[in-house]
Design a protein around this ligand. Structure first.
Ligand SMILES: CC(C)(COP(=O)(O)OP(=O)(O)OC[C@H]1O[C@@H](n2cnc3c(N)ncnc32)[C@H](O)[C@@H]1OP(=O)(O)O)[C@@H](O)C(=O)NCCC(=O)NCCS
Length: 143
């Protein structure tokens, strides 16, 4: 597999992210450049993901890999980078729970208000046949 770079996007890359978020019908609310990690191959943007800091939790969202680059480990590398060194519970809302289980996420039925709001946004604005589920990666505790 060819190598790729992971880092915070430039302004130009941030505009590209917005384009792909629209194309993939992902969460496009309150986007901030600093919340994102991009994956680049030969200076070309091939993937992105976001860790959003709500007042009640962190949320992993707006994750996407450019279609022709999927199934090459890029999504996995972006998620691994986003969740390293986290100090708060990380939640997400998705339709592909199997993708997130290997990172330590598990499905939950209770969650903070911001995640409840996210589920309501997804089910009303991002309509898909599959059910949306909430997942949690608990914060690492000091031993
Ligand atoms: C979901 C997505 C980010 C995965 O990116 P990717 O670069 O193709 O994923 P990877 O190649 O890193 O896959 C990592 C592992 O997850 C598996 N996987 C990939 N896509 C999957 C899916 N849709 N469902 C379940 N498992 C999946 C791979 O087989 C791989 O398994 P392995 O480690 O055992 O080999 C990408 O398909 C995408 O952008 N989809 C459209 C947008 C989207 O659905 N975003 C998620 C919103 S929550």
């Amino acid at each position: 597999m060819e190598p790729f770079t992971l880092r915070i996007p430039t302004e130009k890359e941030f505009k590209q992210i917005y384009f792909f978020i629209t194309e993939f019908e992902l969460d496009n609310r309150d986007l901030k450049k600093e919340q994102f990690i991009v994956a680049l191959r030969d200076n070309e943007l091939v993937g992105f993901g976001r860790l959003r800091d709500h007042t009640d939790c962190l949320e992993l969202c707006s994750l996407g890999v450019v279609t022709s680059y999927r199934r090459q480990g890029i999504g996995k590398a972006i998620v691994t980078k986003l969740i390293e060194n986290f100090s708060k519970n990380i939640y997400l809302v998705c339709i592909i729970p199997d993708f997130f289980i290997p990172f330590g996420f598990h499905q939950v039925e209770t969650f903070p208000v911001s995640i409840q709001n996210k589920i309501e946004y997804c089910t009303s604005e991002l309509i898909v046949p599959e059910p949306y589920v909430a997942m949690l990666l608990p914060a690492k505790r000091e031993s």
